[in-house]
Design a protein around this ligand. Sequence first.
Ligand SMILES: *Cc1c(COP(=O)(O)O)cnc(C)c1O
Length: 392
Amino acid sequence: MSPHSDRTRLISSATRRGQGRRPVNPPIERASTMLSDRAETMRDDADGPTYGLDGGSAARQLRAALADLEGAADAFIVPSGLAAVTVPLLALTRPGDEVITSDAIYGPSRRFLARYQAARGVTTRFLPADTDAAGLIAALGDRTRLVLMESPASLTFEMIDVAAVASACRNRGVLTVIDNTWGAGLAFKPLAYGVDVSIQALTKYVSGHSDVLMGGIAASVPACLRAVADTIEDLGWHVSPDDAWLALRGLRTLPLRYGEQGRSGLIVAEWLQARPEVARVLYPPLPGAVGHDLWTRDFTGAASLMGVVLKGGHTAAACAFLDALSLFGMGYSWGGFESLITHETHQMAYRDHPPILEGELIRLHIGLEDPADLIADLEHGFAAFRAALTLP
Ligand SMILES: *Cc1c(COP(=O)(O)O)cnc(C)c1O
């Protein structure tokens, strides 16, 4: 491995010498059919892909850069972040197996486990979101084949001791998969902590501009790599060359955007924590927040996505808060250059063990705007929230 840091390697992989005259970025090769000169070599992939499904230059360079970033032997790309969750779950479980995960897992991942996997005969146990590593390890059973982690988890941002879970699972022959979208392959390196498969929604920080849907799957264990490759081939997943090119372009500037947004995220989180309308800020990088110790131990940076529990309120007051903002876009997803806000209270109803919250739950994604302007915008939101609370 190169002695250089992540931010250098993400760039130097584009400028490596000895490749002849070429553009900095790969060409976008739109192809289903690939032509050969001789019948004998038609099926020989030593000269490059033999069919469009195998992926072109941008896809190959993106996969190599992702594998390097995650410290993995190989990485795959699939058409959405959700597909990056479902592919390893399909590849690594068989009917009769059990999966253990958190109640706070990303909602569509829960739906896949509860609907599709259940119909396949793969059962799932959703442990309370605040279950720690010891509790999760104690829950492993004879049929447990795989543990799916997400740390911090979706919407309520609980952290888990990933190294402790991964090592206990490995000792018992249980596979571990982590959704590392919040860490973006940059601030947290799951494979170095003993996790078998690290996935992320490249849709978020890697693409970084809210214009691409894609998932990445990184692993080093040969049996896992083979099973994931076979499943992608069996299902026929393919990422378009234009999308692969955009994600590769985003990846070059990931550390800059992620670092800046994380710094702004902390500024906004600290301001929010001091507000009288806020009960709790769910953001492990914030000193005093739940999960701060594990985040400090394991992470080298912070994403800019956080939960905010308001003090009391109701749906109409939460909506008044969102409606009063002008700089925060109202929309799903995160990791782009723009700040976003969503109202999430109703999502808690889908959990097996809904958490007890002091009030309405909202989610903030902090973008690349000036944090002082974002804070001023949030002040307008709080004024509208207070006004909605005093209405009859
Ligand atoms: C958004 C998201 C995904 C799915 O990504 P899509 O590209 O939208 O399918 C998976 N996991 C987490 C934690 C996410 O936030």
